[in-house]
Design a protein around this ligand. Structure first.
Ligand SMILES: [Zn+2]
Length: 156
């Protein structure tokens, strides 16, 4: 199986036509059911999960409003979500190295903006708080889905 369990759970959200379920897809239905169950207690966590691992862009406004509803500043939330959508380091365009002045060639000098990672660092204490909230909600929803699945599998 090429997909990670995260991706699998994410894409299972798109199983809209549950009427045509084959034997091999029963697992996805179990996942959809487990997600629905876990999402009742943690709707924001499920929205984050669907957005980040299922690629469902419709969840983005729900994620934004959910975070704002938890007391995070709207502008900070917007910056963090923009960062999650695209965190390529602008000065080095994600290459991690500075270019040789006046040429398109990469130098041996590591980009100071991203320390050579090619990913823009997320600055700001309040931004980090939002990231921590997102990470915690992801852990909680993942844990709840896995526990539910384990229980359902146990009952089969
Ligand atoms: Zn850089």
């Amino acid at each position: 199986m090429g997909m990670t369990s995260r991706e699998r759970i994410g894409t299972a959200q798109h199983t809209d036509d549950l009427g045509e379920v084959g034997l091999e897809e029963i697992g996805d239905v179990d996942i959809v059911r487990a997600c629905g169950w876990a999402g009742q207690k943690n709707p924001l966590g499920l929205s984050i999960w669907r957005w980040r691992y299922g690629g469902d862009q419709r969840e983005l406004p729900r994620v934004a409003w959910g975070l704002i509803g938890r007391g995070h500043d709207p502008e900070v939330v917007a910056r963090v979500l923009a960062h999650l959508i695209d965190d390529v380091c602008r000065p080095c365009e994600g290459r991690g190295y500075e270019t040789v002045a006046g040429t398109p060639m990469l130098s041996d000098t590591i980009c100071l903006h991203c320390q050579g990672t090619g990913r823009a660092p997320l600055a700001g204490e309040r931004e980090k708080e939002v990231m921590e909230t997102i990470a915690r909600l992801e852990r909680e929803i993942a844990g709840a889905i896995m526990r539910r699945l384990a229980r359902e599998i146990g009952e089969l």
